[in-house]
Design a protein around this ligand. Sequence first.
Ligand code: MN
Length: 445
Amino acid sequence: MSFLDACKEAREHISSRDNYLLVHHYDADGLSSGALTAAALERMGKSYSRICVRKLADKELELIAGRKEKNVILVDLGSAQTESLERMDKTFVIIDHHQGEQSSILEVNPRMHGIDGSHEMCSASAAYFVFNVKEFAPYGVVGSVGDMQFPLIGWNRRMLKDGEEAGVLRAYNDLNIFGRVSRTLVPFLTYSVDPYFPGLTNNEQNVIAFYNEIGIELKNGDEWRAYSDLSEYEKRTLRSALVAYLYNRGRRYDAEHIISEVYELLNFPERTELRDASEFSTLLNACGRHDKPDVGVNTLLMRQGAYERAKSMLEYHRKVLREGIEYALNKVADFGIFYFLDARGVIDDGVIGVVAGMLYSSVDRTKPILAIALDKEGMIKVSARGTKSLIDNGLDLGKALSESCSAGIGVGGGHDIAAGATIEPDKLNQFLRVFGEAVRNQVQK
Ligand SMILES: [Mn+2]
Protein backbone atom coordinates (compact mmCIF):
# COMPACT_ATOMS: atom_id res chain seq x y z
CA MET A 1 0.00 0.00 0.00
CA SER A 2 1.36 3.44 -0.86
CA PHE A 3 1.66 6.20 1.72
CA LEU A 4 -1.22 8.16 0.18
CA ASP A 5 -3.40 5.02 0.19
CA ALA A 6 -2.69 4.65 3.91
CA CYS A 7 -3.67 8.31 4.38
CA LYS A 8 -6.91 7.76 2.49
CA GLU A 9 -7.74 4.66 4.52
CA ALA A 10 -7.20 6.59 7.77
CA ARG A 11 -9.27 9.54 6.52
CA GLU A 12 -12.19 7.30 5.55
CA HIS A 13 -11.96 5.41 8.82
CA ILE A 14 -12.06 8.66 10.79
CA SER A 15 -14.94 10.12 8.79
CA SER A 16 -17.03 6.98 9.34
CA ARG A 17 -16.92 7.26 13.16
CA ASP A 18 -17.50 9.91 15.82
CA ASN A 19 -16.81 10.82 19.48
CA TYR A 20 -13.03 10.68 19.47
CA LEU A 21 -10.34 10.86 22.06
CA LEU A 22 -7.41 12.70 20.49
CA VAL A 23 -4.08 12.14 22.21
CA HIS A 24 -0.96 14.00 21.11
CA HIS A 25 2.62 14.74 22.12
CA TYR A 26 3.77 17.96 23.86
CA ASP A 27 6.57 19.24 21.60
CA ALA A 28 6.09 21.65 18.70
CA ASP A 29 5.36 18.84 16.23
CA GLY A 30 3.03 17.14 18.72
CA LEU A 31 1.06 20.35 19.30
CA SER A 32 0.95 21.17 15.57
CA SER A 33 -0.22 17.71 14.57
CA GLY A 34 -2.70 17.72 17.47
CA ALA A 35 -4.12 21.09 16.39
CA LEU A 36 -4.27 20.01 12.74
CA THR A 37 -6.18 16.86 13.67
CA ALA A 38 -8.50 18.85 15.96
CA ALA A 39 -9.19 21.35 13.17
CA ALA A 40 -9.89 18.49 10.74
CA LEU A 41 -12.29 16.80 13.19
CA GLU A 42 -14.13 20.09 13.68
CA ARG A 43 -14.36 20.54 9.94
CA MET A 44 -15.86 17.05 9.63
CA GLY A 45 -18.35 17.94 12.38
CA LYS A 46 -17.02 15.27 14.76
CA SER A 47 -17.04 15.63 18.51
CA TYR A 48 -13.82 14.93 20.36
CA SER A 49 -11.86 15.43 23.58
CA ARG A 50 -8.18 16.20 23.36
CA ILE A 51 -5.37 15.40 25.76
CA CYS A 52 -1.66 16.13 25.55
CA VAL A 53 0.94 13.82 27.09
CA ARG A 54 4.73 13.89 27.49
CA LYS A 55 5.09 10.18 26.81
CA LEU A 56 3.01 7.06 26.37
CA ALA A 57 4.01 4.96 29.38
CA ASP A 58 1.91 2.73 31.69
CA LYS A 59 0.24 5.67 33.42
CA GLU A 60 -0.89 7.27 30.16
CA LEU A 61 -1.98 3.93 28.71
CA GLU A 62 -4.14 3.34 31.78
CA LEU A 63 -5.63 6.79 31.41
CA ILE A 64 -6.58 6.05 27.79
CA ALA A 65 -7.95 2.61 28.70
CA GLY A 66 -10.17 4.18 31.36
CA ARG A 67 -11.72 6.81 29.06
CA LYS A 68 -15.27 6.42 27.82
CA GLU A 69 -14.40 7.17 24.14
CA LYS A 70 -14.08 4.00 22.07
CA ASN A 71 -12.35 5.70 19.13
CA VAL A 72 -8.87 7.02 19.77
CA ILE A 73 -6.54 8.96 17.47
CA LEU A 74 -2.90 9.12 18.55
CA VAL A 75 -0.66 11.74 16.96
CA ASP A 76 3.13 12.06 17.19
CA LEU A 77 3.21 9.01 19.45
CA GLY A 78 1.92 5.45 19.56
CA SER A 79 4.10 3.73 16.95
CA ALA A 80 6.35 2.25 19.61
CA GLN A 81 3.46 1.11 21.83
CA THR A 82 1.26 -0.83 19.42
CA GLU A 83 1.64 -4.03 21.43
CA SER A 84 0.03 -2.48 24.52
CA LEU A 85 -2.58 -0.70 22.41
CA GLU A 86 -3.62 -3.92 20.64
CA ARG A 87 -4.61 -5.36 24.01
CA MET A 88 -7.05 -2.52 24.67
CA ASP A 89 -10.75 -2.67 23.87
CA LYS A 90 -10.61 0.45 21.62
CA THR A 91 -10.26 1.37 17.97
CA PHE A 92 -7.05 3.26 17.29
CA VAL A 93 -5.68 5.34 14.46
CA ILE A 94 -2.00 6.27 14.80
CA ILE A 95 -0.43 9.16 12.91
CA ASP A 96 3.27 9.14 13.82
CA HIS A 97 6.76 9.29 12.36
CA HIS A 98 8.68 7.48 15.08
CA GLN A 99 10.14 4.00 14.78
CA GLY A 100 7.77 1.13 15.51
CA GLU A 101 6.70 -2.40 14.67
CA GLN A 102 4.07 -3.48 12.16
CA SER A 103 0.83 -4.28 13.96
CA SER A 104 -2.86 -4.80 13.36
CA ILE A 105 -3.56 -1.12 14.21
CA LEU A 106 -4.41 1.35 11.46
CA GLU A 107 -1.30 3.46 11.31
CA VAL A 108 -0.03 6.24 9.05
CA ASN A 109 3.74 6.37 9.38
CA PRO A 110 6.17 7.52 6.65
CA ARG A 111 8.75 4.97 7.80
CA MET A 112 6.45 2.12 6.74
CA HIS A 113 6.55 3.40 3.16
CA GLY A 114 10.24 4.06 2.74
CA ILE A 115 9.81 7.78 3.45
CA ASP A 116 12.47 9.40 5.64
CA GLY A 117 10.65 10.20 8.88
CA SER A 118 13.59 12.14 10.27
CA HIS A 119 14.13 14.60 7.44
CA GLU A 120 11.16 14.83 5.09
CA MET A 121 8.07 14.09 7.13
CA CYS A 122 7.02 14.71 10.72
CA SER A 123 3.71 13.91 12.40
CA ALA A 124 2.18 17.26 11.48
CA SER A 125 3.04 16.74 7.80
CA ALA A 126 1.77 13.14 7.96
CA ALA A 127 -1.49 14.46 9.46
CA TYR A 128 -1.59 17.05 6.69
CA PHE A 129 -1.59 14.29 4.06
CA VAL A 130 -4.17 12.28 6.00
CA PHE A 131 -6.73 15.10 6.10
CA ASN A 132 -5.72 16.61 2.79
CA VAL A 133 -6.85 20.23 3.34
CA LYS A 134 -4.50 22.76 1.73
CA GLU A 135 -5.33 25.49 4.26
CA PHE A 136 -3.87 23.25 6.98
CA ALA A 137 -0.39 23.22 5.39
CA PRO A 138 0.93 25.91 7.81
CA TYR A 139 0.41 23.51 10.75
CA GLY A 140 2.50 20.94 8.92
CA VAL A 141 5.27 23.45 8.25
CA VAL A 142 5.40 24.61 11.89
CA GLY A 143 5.64 20.98 13.01
CA SER A 144 8.43 20.21 10.50
CA VAL A 145 10.48 23.24 11.51
CA GLY A 146 9.86 22.38 15.18
CA ASP A 147 11.19 18.86 14.60
CA MET A 148 14.28 20.35 12.91
CA GLN A 149 13.27 19.00 9.49
CA PHE A 150 14.69 22.05 7.93
CA PRO A 151 14.95 23.21 5.14
CA LEU A 152 11.82 21.50 3.86
CA ILE A 153 12.55 18.70 1.42
CA GLY A 154 10.64 15.85 -0.22
CA TRP A 155 7.13 15.39 1.13
CA ASN A 156 7.43 18.40 3.43
CA ARG A 157 8.25 20.50 0.38
CA ARG A 158 5.26 19.12 -1.48
CA MET A 159 3.08 20.28 1.43
CA LEU A 160 4.75 23.72 1.33
CA LYS A 161 3.91 24.00 -2.39
CA ASP A 162 0.26 23.14 -1.63
CA GLY A 163 0.19 25.89 0.99
CA GLU A 164 1.74 28.41 -1.40
CA GLU A 165 -0.86 27.52 -4.00
CA ALA A 166 -3.63 28.02 -1.46
CA GLY A 167 -2.13 31.41 -0.48
CA VAL A 168 -1.48 30.46 3.15
CA LEU A 169 2.33 30.10 2.98
CA ARG A 170 5.29 31.90 1.47
CA ALA A 171 8.94 30.73 1.47
CA TYR A 172 11.95 32.96 0.83
CA ASN A 173 15.54 33.51 1.97
CA ASP A 174 16.10 35.96 4.79
CA LEU A 175 17.82 36.54 8.11
CA ASN A 176 16.73 33.55 10.16
CA ILE A 177 16.95 34.90 13.69
CA PHE A 178 14.14 34.88 16.24
CA GLY A 179 12.29 38.20 16.11
CA ARG A 180 12.69 38.90 12.41
CA VAL A 181 9.00 39.74 12.27
CA SER A 182 7.99 40.12 15.91
CA ARG A 183 10.75 42.14 17.63
CA THR A 184 11.96 45.70 17.35
CA LEU A 185 15.64 46.12 16.48
CA VAL A 186 17.21 46.39 19.94
CA PRO A 187 15.56 43.38 21.64
CA PHE A 188 15.93 41.50 18.35
CA LEU A 189 19.71 41.28 18.84
CA THR A 190 19.93 41.71 22.60
CA TYR A 191 17.79 38.65 23.18
CA SER A 192 19.19 36.49 20.42
CA VAL A 193 20.26 33.10 21.74
CA ASP A 194 20.35 31.14 18.49
CA PRO A 195 22.81 32.25 17.35
CA TYR A 196 24.43 33.63 20.43
CA PHE A 197 26.26 36.84 19.45
CA PRO A 198 29.25 37.14 21.79
CA GLY A 199 29.29 40.75 22.99
CA LEU A 200 25.78 41.56 21.74
CA THR A 201 23.50 38.97 23.32
CA ASN A 202 22.43 40.25 26.75
CA ASN A 203 24.24 43.57 26.17
CA GLU A 204 21.85 46.31 25.11
CA GLN A 205 24.44 49.07 25.03
CA ASN A 206 26.68 47.16 22.63
CA VAL A 207 23.68 46.41 20.43
CA ILE A 208 22.78 50.10 20.20
CA ALA A 209 26.41 50.97 19.40
CA PHE A 210 26.45 48.24 16.74
CA TYR A 211 23.42 49.73 14.95
CA ASN A 212 24.92 53.22 15.19
CA GLU A 213 28.13 52.04 13.65
CA ILE A 214 26.42 50.56 10.59
CA GLY A 215 24.13 53.59 10.28
CA ILE A 216 20.76 52.01 10.99
CA GLU A 217 18.21 54.29 12.70
CA LEU A 218 16.49 52.59 15.62
CA LYS A 219 13.38 54.75 15.47
CA ASN A 220 11.12 56.23 12.89
CA GLY A 221 9.71 59.27 14.70
CA ASP A 222 8.42 57.87 17.98
CA GLU A 223 8.10 54.32 16.68
CA TRP A 224 10.75 51.69 17.34
CA ARG A 225 11.63 49.98 14.08
CA ALA A 226 11.73 46.23 13.47
CA TYR A 227 13.85 44.34 10.95
CA SER A 228 10.78 44.05 8.73
CA ASP A 229 10.46 47.89 8.67
CA LEU A 230 13.94 48.35 7.17
CA SER A 231 14.46 49.23 3.52
CA GLU A 232 15.94 46.50 1.31
CA TYR A 233 19.26 48.37 1.43
CA GLU A 234 19.24 48.54 5.25
CA LYS A 235 18.30 44.86 5.53
CA ARG A 236 21.26 43.95 3.33
CA THR A 237 23.58 46.19 5.38
CA LEU A 238 22.45 44.59 8.63
CA ARG A 239 22.72 41.06 7.25
CA SER A 240 26.30 41.54 6.01
CA ALA A 241 27.31 43.28 9.25
CA LEU A 242 26.00 40.35 11.30
CA VAL A 243 27.68 37.77 9.09
CA ALA A 244 30.99 39.70 9.37
CA TYR A 245 30.52 40.06 13.15
CA LEU A 246 30.22 36.29 13.57
CA TYR A 247 33.09 35.49 11.18
CA ASN A 248 35.38 37.89 13.03
CA ARG A 249 34.66 36.05 16.26
CA GLY A 250 35.39 32.64 14.80
CA ARG A 251 31.71 31.66 14.59
CA ARG A 252 31.90 30.40 11.05
CA TYR A 253 29.05 27.91 11.27
CA ASP A 254 26.60 30.52 12.59
CA ALA A 255 27.84 33.08 10.06
CA GLU A 256 27.00 30.64 7.28
CA HIS A 257 23.60 29.74 8.69
CA ILE A 258 21.94 32.98 9.79
CA ILE A 259 20.58 33.50 6.31
CA SER A 260 18.34 30.69 5.15
CA GLU A 261 14.90 29.80 3.92
CA VAL A 262 12.11 31.18 6.11
CA TYR A 263 8.42 30.32 6.02
CA GLU A 264 5.80 33.01 6.44
CA LEU A 265 2.32 31.94 7.58
CA LEU A 266 0.04 34.28 5.67
CA ASN A 267 -3.15 33.42 7.57
CA PHE A 268 -1.73 34.49 10.96
CA PRO A 269 -1.46 38.11 12.18
CA GLU A 270 1.44 40.24 10.93
CA ARG A 271 4.21 41.36 13.27
CA THR A 272 3.61 38.47 15.64
CA GLU A 273 5.58 35.28 16.30
CA LEU A 274 2.71 33.44 14.62
CA ARG A 275 3.68 34.84 11.25
CA ASP A 276 6.95 32.85 11.06
CA ALA A 277 7.19 29.05 11.23
CA SER A 278 10.37 29.04 13.27
CA GLU A 279 9.15 31.62 15.81
CA PHE A 280 5.81 29.86 16.06
CA SER A 281 7.53 26.54 16.81
CA THR A 282 9.58 28.22 19.56
CA LEU A 283 6.37 29.61 21.03
CA LEU A 284 4.86 26.11 20.98
CA ASN A 285 7.92 24.62 22.64
CA ALA A 286 7.66 27.28 25.32
CA CYS A 287 4.05 26.28 26.03
CA GLY A 288 4.72 22.53 25.89
CA ARG A 289 7.88 22.48 27.99
CA HIS A 290 6.43 24.70 30.70
CA ASP A 291 3.27 22.62 31.13
CA LYS A 292 0.87 24.77 29.07
CA PRO A 293 0.37 22.62 25.95
CA ASP A 294 -3.30 23.62 25.62
CA VAL A 295 -2.31 27.27 25.31
CA GLY A 296 -0.14 26.25 22.36
CA VAL A 297 -2.87 24.24 20.65
CA ASN A 298 -5.44 27.00 21.22
CA THR A 299 -3.02 29.53 19.71
CA LEU A 300 -2.68 27.33 16.61
CA LEU A 301 -6.47 27.13 16.41
CA MET A 302 -6.63 30.93 16.85
CA ARG A 303 -8.89 30.72 19.90
CA GLN A 304 -9.48 34.03 21.59
CA GLY A 305 -7.00 35.06 24.27
CA ALA A 306 -4.67 32.14 23.64
CA TYR A 307 -1.94 34.11 21.87
CA GLU A 308 -1.63 36.59 24.75
CA ARG A 309 -1.09 33.72 27.19
CA ALA A 310 1.32 31.97 24.85
CA LYS A 311 3.34 35.15 24.56
CA SER A 312 3.96 35.33 28.29
CA MET A 313 5.07 31.66 28.23
CA LEU A 314 7.41 32.57 25.41
CA GLU A 315 9.00 35.50 27.26
CA TYR A 316 9.55 33.27 30.27
CA HIS A 317 10.99 30.48 28.10
CA ARG A 318 13.43 32.80 26.34
CA LYS A 319 14.58 34.26 29.65
CA VAL A 320 15.23 30.75 31.00
CA LEU A 321 17.18 29.94 27.82
CA ARG A 322 19.29 33.12 28.00
CA GLU A 323 20.19 32.40 31.61
CA GLY A 324 20.83 28.76 30.77
CA ILE A 325 23.15 29.51 27.89
CA GLU A 326 25.13 32.07 29.92
CA TYR A 327 25.69 29.45 32.60
CA ALA A 328 26.49 26.75 30.05
CA LEU A 329 29.08 28.87 28.25
CA ASN A 330 30.98 29.31 31.52
CA LYS A 331 30.67 25.74 32.72
CA VAL A 332 31.04 23.52 29.65
CA ALA A 333 34.05 21.20 30.02
CA ASP A 334 36.10 19.36 27.43
CA PHE A 335 36.07 15.63 28.22
CA GLY A 336 38.23 14.69 25.25
CA ILE A 337 35.81 12.64 23.19
CA PHE A 338 32.81 14.89 24.02
CA TYR A 339 31.89 18.16 25.71
CA PHE A 340 30.21 17.87 29.08
CA LEU A 341 27.88 20.28 30.82
CA ASP A 342 26.83 19.60 34.40
CA ALA A 343 23.78 21.80 35.00
CA ARG A 344 22.24 19.81 37.87
CA GLY A 345 20.14 22.10 40.01
CA VAL A 346 20.71 25.10 37.74
CA ILE A 347 19.07 24.45 34.37
CA ASP A 348 15.57 22.97 34.19
CA ASP A 349 15.38 19.44 32.75
CA GLY A 350 12.71 20.68 30.29
CA VAL A 351 15.16 23.00 28.51
CA ILE A 352 18.51 21.27 29.05
CA GLY A 353 18.37 19.76 25.54
CA VAL A 354 17.72 23.12 23.90
CA VAL A 355 20.59 24.71 25.84
CA ALA A 356 22.88 21.80 24.92
CA GLY A 357 22.13 22.34 21.23
CA MET A 358 22.82 26.06 21.54
CA LEU A 359 26.29 25.39 22.94
CA TYR A 360 27.46 24.77 19.39
CA SER A 361 27.50 28.52 18.93
CA SER A 362 30.46 28.50 21.33
CA VAL A 363 32.28 25.14 21.30
CA ASP A 364 33.74 23.66 18.12
CA ARG A 365 31.60 21.24 16.17
CA THR A 366 33.99 18.27 16.13
CA LYS A 367 32.61 16.58 19.27
CA PRO A 368 29.16 15.76 20.61
CA ILE A 369 27.75 17.62 23.60
CA LEU A 370 26.41 15.80 26.63
CA ALA A 371 24.48 17.84 29.19
CA ILE A 372 22.87 16.76 32.44
CA ALA A 373 20.18 18.25 34.68
CA LEU A 374 18.01 16.99 37.52
CA ASP A 375 14.39 16.05 36.89
CA LYS A 376 11.53 16.44 39.36
CA GLU A 377 12.08 12.94 40.77
CA GLY A 378 15.75 13.62 41.45
CA MET A 379 16.92 11.45 38.57
CA ILE A 380 19.57 12.68 36.15
CA LYS A 381 18.17 13.82 32.82
CA VAL A 382 20.75 13.46 30.05
CA SER A 383 20.62 15.31 26.73
CA ALA A 384 23.06 14.66 23.91
CA ARG A 385 23.49 16.70 20.74
CA GLY A 386 25.65 16.13 17.66
CA THR A 387 26.20 17.69 14.26
CA LYS A 388 25.50 16.55 10.72
CA SER A 389 29.18 15.97 9.96
CA LEU A 390 29.61 13.89 13.11
CA ILE A 391 26.68 11.73 12.00
CA ASP A 392 28.33 11.32 8.61
CA ASN A 393 31.40 10.10 10.51
CA GLY A 394 29.43 7.37 12.24
CA LEU A 395 28.08 9.06 15.36
CA ASP A 396 24.68 7.77 16.51
CA LEU A 397 23.75 9.32 19.85
CA GLY A 398 20.49 7.40 20.19
CA LYS A 399 22.43 4.15 19.95
CA ALA A 400 25.24 5.41 22.19
CA LEU A 401 22.75 6.38 24.89
CA SER A 402 20.75 3.18 24.75
CA GLU A 403 24.03 1.19 24.97
CA SER A 404 25.21 3.29 27.91
CA CYS A 405 21.95 2.70 29.71
CA SER A 406 22.00 -1.07 29.83
CA ALA A 407 22.84 -2.87 33.08
CA GLY A 408 20.52 -0.93 35.39
CA ILE A 409 22.00 2.50 34.75
CA GLY A 410 18.83 4.00 33.28
CA VAL A 411 16.82 4.27 30.06
CA GLY A 412 17.87 6.15 26.95
CA GLY A 413 17.64 6.45 23.20
CA GLY A 414 16.51 8.79 20.44
CA HIS A 415 17.79 10.05 17.11
CA ASP A 416 21.35 9.93 15.78
CA ILE A 417 21.74 13.71 16.11
CA ALA A 418 19.75 14.33 19.29
CA ALA A 419 19.04 11.84 22.05
CA GLY A 420 18.19 11.67 25.73
CA ALA A 421 18.29 9.44 28.76
CA THR A 422 17.20 9.29 32.37
CA ILE A 423 19.75 7.70 34.71
CA GLU A 424 20.08 6.83 38.39
CA PRO A 425 21.74 9.65 40.36
CA ASP A 426 24.53 7.40 41.67
CA LYS A 427 25.38 5.88 38.28
CA LEU A 428 26.78 9.00 36.61
CA ASN A 429 30.46 8.04 36.55
CA GLN A 430 29.71 4.60 35.20
CA PHE A 431 27.40 6.10 32.59
CA LEU A 432 29.98 8.67 31.43
CA ARG A 433 32.62 5.98 31.05
CA VAL A 434 30.39 3.73 28.93
CA PHE A 435 29.10 6.66 26.87
CA GLY A 436 32.63 7.87 26.07
CA GLU A 437 33.54 4.34 25.03
CA ALA A 438 30.45 4.02 22.81
CA VAL A 439 31.09 7.34 21.06
CA ARG A 440 34.77 6.48 20.54
CA ASN A 441 33.82 3.18 18.90
CA GLN A 442 31.30 4.87 16.59
CA VAL A 443 33.50 7.63 15.23
CA GLN A 444 36.62 5.48 14.87
CA LYS A 445 34.97 2.99 12.54
MN1 MN B 1 7.52 14.63 15.91
